[in-house]
Design a protein around this ligand. Structure first.
Ligand code: NPQ
Ligand code: MG
Length: 366
């Protein structure tokens, strides 16, 4: 497939409500979109890097710079997703940038031959069960109201963001209010250290599905030590940046569950490698979220339909984050999202809406 040119587009998407995690409060999503143009088809990729390096070391301006300076010039004149992955491999890190570029190429390639991303990846379901990530709130009553609202919309799993000072009490309150049947889990975004093990062990009483990334991203050995001291299953997010990291974590006993985010690990091809590895080792998977627009969401929903994704993901409906999405909105039906069936990622931006939220565009010819 000949790549004619690539558009880098920045958009600003206001969030329906501030989203607070242990690393900060976000009120808007600053997104870098990639559009790959070929004679046969166009393809889209969404870069999940935040505007500041708070979740990981990547950030949107840095990703754009890595693309224009190193990644895009390294693409062969004719490339498919596999060839793109190989061409980008010599550059260290920048996985979110690589993922966006590779996904755009993959989307174009699949659109050109009329195959859906779900089919290409090996999806087995036609809809995926959805959970929702609930930010840190100012008070317990406010949290209970938020959870109640999401449950009434149909979400079938609740994830509470936690940090030191906002952990046992909110978890106890939600468990008491909504009962033992509620599928409940927590995400610390690396806010604790192994010295907090006694406090984290107190979460064992609440029958959580998992605790996500309690310790620092590079604390793989400490996660294994923590796993021996608590009964809540440990799920890794930030720590897993590749299939090799996943293999190391499984061997060490650092986690029994993995949150797969294609952006964090460098793309959907790498996500499929982790899927196959984890499945062979009986490690459960679920698809994470990075407050994607409909472009990134569509691809994640396709991935979440693979058979190894046995837990509900953070693949929420568009309106969880945005009053107006840049694609036709993903809507919850009976707690599920339908897997797109059209060619490639199966959705297109609505041009007028896209233009309205666009803050800059850059066209790179090849
Ligand atoms: C997580 N996501 O699983 C992330 C972290 C996260 C849905 O909980 C702007 C952009 C704000 C990306 C906040 C969820 C964000 C973000 C949190 C990602 O750890
Ligand atoms: Mg997480």
């Amino acid at each position: 497939m000949k790549i004619t040119g690539i558009e880098l587009r920045r958009i600003a998407m206001p969030l329906v409500a501030p989203f607070r995690t242990s690393f900060g409060t976000e009120t808007a999503r600053d997104v870098l979109l990639v559009r790959v143009v070929t004679p046969e088809a166009e393809g889209w990729g969404e870069c999940v890097a935040m505007s500041a390096p708070l979740y990981s070391s990547e950030y949107a301006d840095g990703a754009a710079e890595a693309m224009r300076r190193f990644l895009i010039p390294a693409l062969p004149a004719h490339a498919d997703a596999q060839a793109t992955g190989r061409a980008l491999a010599p550059f260290k890190g920048h996985r979110m940038a690589k993922a966006a570029l590779e996904t755009a190429v993959l989307d174009a390639q699949l659109r050109a031959r009329g195959e859906s991303l779900a089919s290409f990846l090996g999806a087995t379901g036609d809809r995926v069960p959805c959970g929702v990530s609930v930010g840190i709130m100012n008070s317990i009553p406010e949290l209970l109201d938020a959870v109640e609202g999401y449950l009434s919309e149909g979400y079938i799993r609740i994830k509470l963001k936690i940090e030191p000072g906002w952990d046992l009490e909110p978890v106890r309150a939600v468990r008491e209010r909504f009962g033992p049947e509620l599928l409940l889990q927590v995400d610390a975004n690396a806010a604790y250290t192994l010295a907090d093990a006694p406090r984290l062990a107190k979460l064992d009483a609440f029958d959580l599905l998992l605790i996500e990334q309690p310790l620092a991203n590079d604390d793989m050995v400490q996660h294994a030590a923590l796993a021996r001291r608590i009964s809540t299953p440990i799920c890794l997010d930030e720590s897993i940046e590749s299939a090799e990291h996943a293999a190391a974590a499984i061997t060490l006993g650092a986690c029994s569950i993995i949150n797969v985010k294609p952006g964090r690990i460098g793309g959907y091809l790498e996500a499929r490698r982790i899927h196959d590895l984890a499945r062979a080792h009986g490690v459960a998977l679920w698809c994470g979220g990075m407050l994607e627009t409909g472009i990134g969401r569509a691809a994640n929903v396709a991935l979440a339909a693979l058979p190894g994704f046995t837990l509900p993901g953070d693949t929420s409906a568009s309106r969880r984050y945005f009053a107006t999405d840049i694609t036709p909105p993903f809507e919850l039906r009976d707690g599920h999202l339908d897997v797109p069936t059209g060619p490639g990622i199966g959705v297109d931006p609505v041009q007028d809406i896209l233009d309205e939220v666009t803050t800059s565009t850059e066209w790179i010819t090849r």
